[in-house]
Design a protein around this ligand. Structure first.
Ligand SMILES: [Zn+2]
Length: 347
């Protein structure tokens, strides 16, 4: 057994103590000093759940002069042309690099909006070990094909489309109906660069939405009333020239989870993403510490992993330890990230 000790994040607050770890499980907890010298001391947090990624584009080289639409709108956006031109080996390498970046920065699970239809989904589902994906696949084109969607749902965890605006109404309705019949989740980007019809989006009963940068207050209230969580990706939004209206979304009563979005403009590091969210919350008149709720509580709920918390005996020892420096572990975790992870322990 090994021991780690320090300030342990339990929910959204920290408790001084230690954890004993054996064979990937927490087998002992306690206050004060552990019975043996700890292998690491610092700020101890549960592993991250990255609620929004596109791992296929880690090796896509980005032209930052392009607009959001020119970069990512399917099917002619730069990213989609680059993905279409990739052979399987290049795609596998890109995905491997994205997963390695997440693993070393303490992410144990991620939700990927996987492009490329059945083959694209299989590129991810065939992989073993952490970080563990939830694969939200999409059809290759923007038309409903019964056989393709059946095959897609036999390998993927669910379906996620680029946006409601990219699809004809009937085609998208047929797709969503099929996904629902199979009892799988459906999700999409929504109002990322421009406002979209939230009534139409919610009529599709999404399990969650991503972005909402261009939504107005009425749209946000509708999302909150429907109980649909939203994944925000602050660094990606800022890169694309947008500011996520975090404070207004929280005012509306929306549960916010956190993701890093495209790997072509992100390193997939959830601690950095959490820090950016905290800074933006402060700039929008909020307590930056609310980012902890998004990163460690709401993001877990999206994957039904909340039973892994709090960190007690018998729970998975999927943990990250950061060197702590001051008397405020929350501030050290959020705003003084220079030390990086001193220990990542993921099964
Ligand atoms: Zn995305």
């Amino acid at each position: 057994m090994i021991y780690i000790s320090g300030q342990i994040l339990q929910g959204t607050s920290f408790q001084e103590g230690y954890l004993g770890i054996e064979r990937g499980l927490i087998v002992e907890t306690g206050d004060g000093q552990p019975p043996e010298r700890p292998v690491r001391e610092g700020i101890i947090v549960p592993s991250f759940v990255n609620c929004h990624t596109h791992v296929g584009d880690a090796d896509v080289s980005l032209d930052p002069s392009l607009t959001l639409e020119e970069m990512v709108a399917p099917p002619r956006g730069m990213k989609h042309r680059a993905l279409a031109a990739m052979d399987q080996t290049s795609l596998d390498l890109s995905i491997a690099r994205a997963r390695a970046l997440m693993r070393v920065s303490g992410t144990s699970h991620f939700i990927d909006f996987r492009e490329g239809g059945v083959e694209g989904a299989n590129s991810l589902t065939k992989l073993k070990g952490p970080p563990y994906p939830k694969v939200m696949a999409r059809p290759k084109g923007m038309e409903y094909d019964h056989e393709e969607v059946s095959r897609l749902l036999s390998c993927a965890d669910g379906v996620a489309v680029s946006s409601v605006s990219d699809w004809e109404v009937d085609e998208l309705d047929s797709l969503v109906e099929h996904v629902r019949r199979e009892g799988k989740p459906f999700a999409m980007h929504a109002s990322e660069g421009r406002r979209e019809d939230m009534g139409r989006i919610l009529s599709l009963q999404p399990s969650f939405l991503v972005h909402l940068c261009a939504a107005d207050d009425g749209d946000m209230r509708m999302v909150a009333d429907a109980g649909v969580p939203v994944v925000v990706c602050p660094r990606s939004n800022l890169f694309m020239g947008m500011v996520p209206p975090l404070s207004r979304m929280l005012d509306a009563g929306i549960a916010l989870a956190l993701g890093t979005d495209n790997f072509m403009n992100s390193d997939g590091d959830m601690r950095s993403e959490t820090e950016m969210m905290a800074r933006l919350l402060r700039s929008q008149g909020r307590d930056g510490l609310q980012a902890i709720q998004a990163a460690f509580v709401e993001s877990r709920k999206l994957l039904n992993l909340e039973s892994e918390l709090p960190l007690t005996e018998g729970k998975a020892a999927d943990l990250v330890v950061y060197e702590g420096r001051g008397s405020s572990p929350a501030c050290d975790l959020l705003f003084r990230s220079g030390n990086g992870a001193s220990m990542v322990c993921i099964r």
